[in-house]
Design a protein around this ligand. Structure first.
Ligand code: ADP
Length: 488
């Protein structure tokens, strides 16, 4: 018998899809386990396929005209109601996501989940505040209008599943699109809880749907459906390419955020204590953060002083149960991912890269991996050129600003870069020369919802954030009226 709801951290969570306003089960399920205790099965979750993807797109298509016809103010009412419900359920969502994904519960409770509510509020407000560009030319009055694009598929990764899903679904809905969300199979539960809140917020049926299942099954079916008019994806470059091919077949615009290998550049004029403190944060969430600056590029003259400080700050991390407020580093999400991370480190060491510290999983049964620093033998080392997505940083020294920039730009990725210097002119030069979607100077992870977000190169295609996201989820229409045309 298929269980429709399970208790996770004392919170009732549905195991089914959410299609056309109702919970739907599938004939088969997949197992969802907790990274905090791999013996703990949290749920058997509905394993969707072509039929479920098709049903969800049908529901989204059916609901689209009425939702698109609402004013931005009317849609704002729904989105604000959902935001309020998220705010009043933060503790529960945090508890579920902590067990399901293992991000630190305190961080989820105090910061991450609340951002989900802010996403819905901010995008609803931005859509209302839209000031269409207007100008006169060639004897006509021109206006740029936004037309809702249609059913939108949102495919999200397993790290920060709630926040990243809301970050994409909010602008899609605010722009007048209907949505089919496909959360990652390694952490599907907080998004399922979100669908209960969508129900409580009394969204019209079919406006906001969710399908659960394996990426190559329900995910692939979803992005292949020609009725889907936008695809937004965050995940690996390999999957991003596959989705890009599906999008191209149907001529559907898509955005893809595909991870990073950000440089963390430390110049000798920087506040080294502050730089070392921030660099140690790259181990947070076990390094499962696409924006992390995982390549430490340090000016030779301050290398030893920096490494001494960094080794000390990194050594303060406490690996433990993510529900415990004293824990600062969570386990990795899945045994397969632990093996992948360990494989990177073992290959690096066997090929001659130098292990500065860390490098091992914790002895017990769990999925914890030590904070690790590797000094590569060459910039071509695999550990420098590929995203590990674990608590593994590399350390390289540079002599000159030009060399720092050359190293920073020497991987196929280009999502984020971090620069530590006390010289604003140097920061400006470096930031303008670095190929990355976001550059932070003397700070990290400070995000403004209205700023563009995305990557270059292997890090992805397109930009989301603020009006960039609302434009992506719209078909822009140029409306031209001949001067002198009067109201009838
Ligand atoms: P990871 O982030 O674990 O490397 P992916 O990039 O494959 O993995 O996964 C990110 C998201 O993409 C998940 O929700 C996953 O289910 C989904 N996915 C994986 N393969 C496909 C596919 N072929 N088509 C659509 N979605 C997919």
């Amino acid at each position: 018998m298929i269980v429709e709801r399970v208790s996770v951290a004392g919170v009732e969570v549905a195991t089914g899809h959410f299609i056309d306003g109702v919970r739907v089960q599938s004939a088969t399920t997949f197992e969802d386990r907790s990274p905090l205790d791999w013996d703990l099965k949290l749920a058997d979750v509905a394993r969707g396929g072509e039929a479920e993807a098709h049903a969800a797109v049908s529901a989204a298509l059916e609901a689209f005209p009425a939702w698109a016809a609402l004013s931005t103010v009317e849609r704002q009412g729904y989105l604000h109601r959902l935001a309020d419900l998220i705010d009043s359920n933060v503790e529960r969502i945090a508890a579920v996501e902590c067990l399901d994904m293992a991000m630190l519960e305190e961080s989820l409770r105090l910061r991450v989940i609340g951002r989900g509510a802010r996403n819905f509020r901010a995008y609803a407000d931005l859509a209302v505040a839209y000031e269409a560009r207007q100008w006169d030319s060639n004897g006509t009055h021109n206006t740029v209008l936004r037309m809702p694009a249609g059913p939108s598929a949102v495919i999200t990764p397993w790290n920060a599943p709630f926040m990243l899903s809301t970050w994409k679904c909010a602008p899609a809905l605010a722009a007048g699109n209907t949505v089919i969300l496909k959360p990652a199979e390694w952490s599907p539960l907080s998004c399922s809880f979100l669908m209960d809140l969508v129900d409580d917020a009394a969204f019209p049926r079919g406006v906001f749907n969710m399908v659960q299942g394996i990426g190559s099954e329900v995910g692939a079916a979803l992005v292949a459906d020609p009725r889907v008019r936008r695809i937004s994806f965050t995940g690996s470059p390999a999957t991003g390419r596959a989705i890009g091919v599906a999008a191209a077949k149907n001529l559907v615009p898509f955005t893809a955020e595909l991870g990073g290998k950000g440089p963390f550049m430390v110049f000798s004029d920087a506040d080294l204590d502050a730089a070392a403190e921030k660099a140690a944060l790259m181990y947070d969430d076990a390094g499962q953060v696409c924006l992390a600056g995982t390549r430490l590029l340090v000016e030779s003259s301050c290398r030893d002083a920096f490494v001494e400080r960094f080794t000390e700050t990194a050594g303060r991390h406490i690996l433990g149960d993510s529900r415990d407020p004293t824990t600062t580093m969570s386990p990795l999400i899945h045994p397969q991912h632990l093996e992948r991370v360990e494989g990177f480190v073992n290959r690096a060491v066997s090929e001659g890269d130098r292990l500065v510290f860390g490098g091992h999983r914790l002895a017990a049964n769990g999925l914890w991996f030590e904070p690790t620093l590797i000094e590569p033998r060459s910039n071509d080392s695999e550990i420098v050129q590929n995203e590990v997505f674990g608590p593994v940083l590399t350390l390289q020294a540079f002599e000159t600003e030009d060399e720092a920039i050359r190293l920073a730009n020497s991987t196929p990725y280009g999502l984020s870069a971090i620069v530590y210097t006390s010289d604003q002119a140097k920061a400006d030069r470096v930031a303008s020369a670095v190929r990355a979607g976001t550059v932070w100077v003397n700070c990290f992870l400070v995000r403004d919802l209205t700023a563009p977000f995305g990557g270059t190169g292997v890090s992805g295609i397109g930009r989301e954030g603020g009006d960039y996201a609302l434009d992506f989820y719209s078909d822009l229409k140029t409306y031209q009226v001949k001067e002198g045309t009067t109201h009838g």
